[in-house]
Write a protein that binds this ligand. Structure first.
Ligand code: ZN
Length: 82
């Protein structure tokens, strides 16, 4: 999910929101003053490092898939698995 950077005209602060790209950015509210006079600045993809993942959660591997062999399957088979 992308991170969006906004600037609030009302309290003159930058803030960052983690939003779906489906969200209507014109309706975004400032988390500080609930103002709607916010300007979308830019977006970056959320890093998968600290802050967005649980510290002790192991990274997802093929062992976590329902069928661990799914990566070894030929492509046509893989499509049918999905
Ligand atoms: Zn504000």
């Amino acid at each position: 999910m992308p991170l969006y950077e906004y600037y609030c005209d009302d309290c003159q602060k930058d803030f960052t929101l983690l939003q779906s790209s489906q969200v209507n950015k014109d309706e975004t509210q400032c988390p500080d003053c609930s103002g709607t006079r916010v300007h979308y600045k830019l977006s970056t993809f959320a890093p998968k490092t600290k802050g967005f993942s649980l510290e002790n959660k192991a990274p997802v591997t093929t062992k976590d898939l329902p069928n661990p062999n799914v990566m070894n399957l030929p492509i046509p088979r893989l499509r049918s698995e999905l």
